[in-house]
Design a protein around this ligand. Structure first.
Ligand code: S3P
Length: 441
């Protein structure tokens, strides 16, 4: 075990500057996986070079694709074609990444190979039955720990069957696992999605030449296409931008511009909510980049007010509740967030982690079922606490942002986990003027 890497955030003045946060994590996994299934060379600009994505790169290499990081930050993937994956000789270790694990389970489910997947202590706690169930209907078989936990073995179907499947929960990972399995399945696979979730897979599949149609929550994909390589340029990750956005909104005197942020409407729930709270977030230079909407965000310090966030909004900001809770802690009045059940099965039990961390920092907070209520301090919160990251990058970053706007410093006991999605988070924030440094309080 490497030694823990504690980080401290100290009360800071306004943040200023223009930055580009790293590439989108969701799209980076998908780009590597679809590149591995295309015939020929895919090029990817803006791929997230974080631990989660590197784990997926290593996995698709083990399945036969050639993945190369070039000196200028461009990545290329030489794919093996749909149906062309080989059996990996080693265990596939997806580290901390639920997306990597679930998407690979889908990919492997319809290739006639056996593979063993594992991950870190966080990933080994996370439910996999949600993907195992539809993938077994397609003919794959899985042997995992009780209830389908990692480590698990998957044997892909030799004769995969298309399914007509209604998603039981709002999950882009489950939807994407089925879409990937459908690629090497003859006929048309249909997914009914009652609650829309991020549609990066659908958009990117089309960029690779797959036939995917979407009509009123009914997604159809035709199996066994020949995927053609793509030239992708991935936007900056809105879920990473979220930390700088909330820091800028809550630290007086801030004026920060974030470049090339992905603005897929199924990812922008946080921006909508922060604007409702009174946040000054301007979208500049809105444009389409490849298959996705993108823009630059100018964010200025603003007095925030508490709001009620409806459950229907959760899928469009599912990863943003830790940092929204930090904004709510600084706001005037009460913020109520409904429909947070899925937060309990993320990299940590985020609902508990948010509530415990805020309480430790002197914020009044309550959890009632899947509703979180935060009583805003109307300014700097007391702070002065040591928060366990518990292998959860977003908890670590959210509480560092809280520390920047607290009366006393906030420490994260082990910030190494931040590398999964936002390498050099501390450096980028320091560049804007934030006081974040290594050490303990
Ligand atoms: C993701 C979907 C979401 C999200 C995760 C990335 C994806 O998970 O929380 O960080 O890339 O599809 P769920 O599918 O579990 O909602």
């Amino acid at each position: 075990m490497p030694p823990p890497q504690p980080l401290i955030a100290r009360p800071s003045g306004g943040l200023t500057g223009t930055v580009r946060v790293p590439g989108d994590k969701s799209m980076s996994h998908r780009a590597l996986i679809l590149g591995a299934l295309a015939v020929g060379r895919t090029s990817i600009k803006g791929l997230l070079d974080g631990a989660d994505v590197r784990a997926t790169a290593a996995a698709v290499r083990a399945l036969g694709a050639t993945v190369t990081r070039h000196g200028d930050g461009l990545w290329t993937v030489d794919g093996v074609g749909v149906g062309g994956l080989m059996e990996p000789a080693q265990v596939l270790d997806l580290g901390n990444s639920g997306t990597g694990a679930r998407l690979l389970m889908g990919l492997l489910a319809t290739h006639p190979v056996t593979a063993i997947l594992t991950g870190d202590a966080s990933l080994a706690r996370r439910p996999m039955a949600r993907v195992i169930q539809p993938l077994e209907m397609m003919g794959a078989s899985f042997t995992g720990r009780r209830g389908g936990l990692l480590p698990l073995a998957v044997t892909g179907a030799a004769l995969p069957m298309p399914i007509d499947y209604r998603l039981a929960m709002a999950s882009a990972q489950v939807k994407s696992a089925i879409l990937l399995a459908a690629l090497n399945t003859p006929g048309t696979t249909t997914i009914i999605e009652p609650h829309p979730t991020r549609d990066h897979s659908e958009r990117m599949l089309r960029s690779f030449g797959a036939r995917v149609t979407v009509d009123a929550g009914r997604i159809e994909i035709e199996g066994q296409p020949e995927l053609t390589p793509a030239a992708l340029d991935l936007p900056a990750d809105p879920s990473s931008a979220a930390f700088a956005i909330v820091a800028a909104l809550t630290l007086e005197g801030s004026d920060v511009t974030l470049l090339d942020v992905g603005l897929n409407p199924l990812r922008t729930g946080l921006i909508a909510t922060l604007r409702e709270m009174g946040g000054a977030i301007d979208i500049l230079n809105a444009r389409e980049s490849g298959a996705e909407p993108v823009g630059d965000l100018r964010v200025r310090a603003s007095g925030l007010r508490g709001v009620v966030v409806p459950a229907e909004r959760a899928p469009s900001m599912i990863d943003e509740y830790p940092i929204l809770a930090v904004a709510a802690a600084r706001a005037t009045g009460v913020t109520v967030m409904h429909g947070l059940g899925e937060l309990t099965v993320k990299e940590s039990d985020r609902l508990s982690a948010i509530a415990r961390g805020l309480a430790a920092c002197g914020v009044q907070v309550a959890v009632d079922g899947d509703t979180l209520t935060v009583h805003g301090a109307g300014g700097p919160v007391p702070g002065g606490a040591r928060i366990p990251a518990d292998l959860d990058h977003r908890i670590a970053m959210a509480f560092l942002v809280l520390g920047l706007g607290a009366k006393a410093p906030v420490e994260i006991d082990d910030a190494a986990t931040i590398d999964t999605s936002f390498p050099d988070f501390a450096g980028l924030m320091r560049g804007l003027g934030a006081d974040i440094s290594a050490g303990t309080i």
